[in-house]
Write a new protein. Structure first.
Length: 247
């Protein structure tokens, strides 16, 4: 049986969401490559490493439970970066002849092929989904066609970073988040979406004068709703406004 002290200790623990249910480090690297419009076979490792570490810092701000594989990839990137900075004797270069990035590039190309194949399978016709067209009373044609491009975790983190930048700096340095506040925000967002009866822009969930704490709690509530499959996050087209709708 849990004692009162154990219960109090558990309530004071920072609220965390595990990232395994979303995407992994290879997804983050592919996101950075596409975002910067880079050639996957010729990655500027210093730039990608810097941006990768920035995302890890952002995850730490959110108290996200960063899996060991994220930290392992960070070490891999730093190791590759250090090897590329070292001058290589011409004789040794002829013997080895392999780019320090080669193994990482191979993994990325293989993983991208896997993701493309999975996306193709997902896009194929499915019995019942194509035979029966679901119709919702009062739903307009614009709303039906609105749901087009799924948003990844890292695109969502990028949008969160922009919201966080406009928040007023606060005196405290550590944000302690408890499950109760996140669960309250989850219910608040669900009620808001039900009242709107359609999708709404991501940034509207963060009023202009929101504190840093409120912004973080709201974002964690959004991730919780995604995990529970209660909302969908999408864009009408790439680089358009991120929108949220109830499932």
């Amino acid at each position: 049986m849990m004692s009162g002290n154990d219960s109090d200790s558990e309530e004071r623990n920072p609220y965390t969401i595990r990232l395994e249910m979303f995407e992994g480090p290879l997804d983050l690297l592919l996101h950075l490559i596409h975002k910067n419009e880079l050639d996957i076979t010729n990655i500027p490792i210093a730039l990608i490493t810097e941006q990768y570490l920035e995302y890890l810092k952002l995850m730490k701000v959110l108290n996200l439970d960063v899996a060991g594989e994220y930290l392992l990839m960070a070490s891999t990137l730093l190791h590759i970066k250090s090897k590329m900075l070292l001058p290589t004797p011409s004789g040794e270069e002829e013997e080895e002849g392999e780019d320090p990035r080669a193994e990482l590039v191979r993994r990325l190309l293989e993983y991208q092929k896997y993701k493309n194949a999975a996306a193709e399978l997902e896009g194929r016709p499915v019995l019942d989904r194509d035979v029966f067209i679901r119709s919702v009373s009062g739903e307009t044609e614009e709303e039906v066609e609105e749901d087009r491009v799924e948003v990844t975790l890292f695109e969502l983190l990028e949008a969160f970073r922009r919201v966080l930048e406009r928040a007023e700096p606060e005196a405290f340095h550590e944000v302690i988040l408890d499950r109760l506040r996140v669960e309250e925000k989850v219910q608040e967002i669900l009620l808001l979406l039900q009242r709107e009866k359609r999708s709404m822009a991501f940034h509207l969930l963060f009023p202009e004068q929101s504190s840093r704490r409120v912004i973080i709690v709201t974002f964690l509530a959004i991730l919780e709703l995604v995990k529970m499959k209660l909302i969908r996050i999408f864009q009408v087209a790439p680089f358009e406004t991120i929108r949220i709708s109830p499932i």
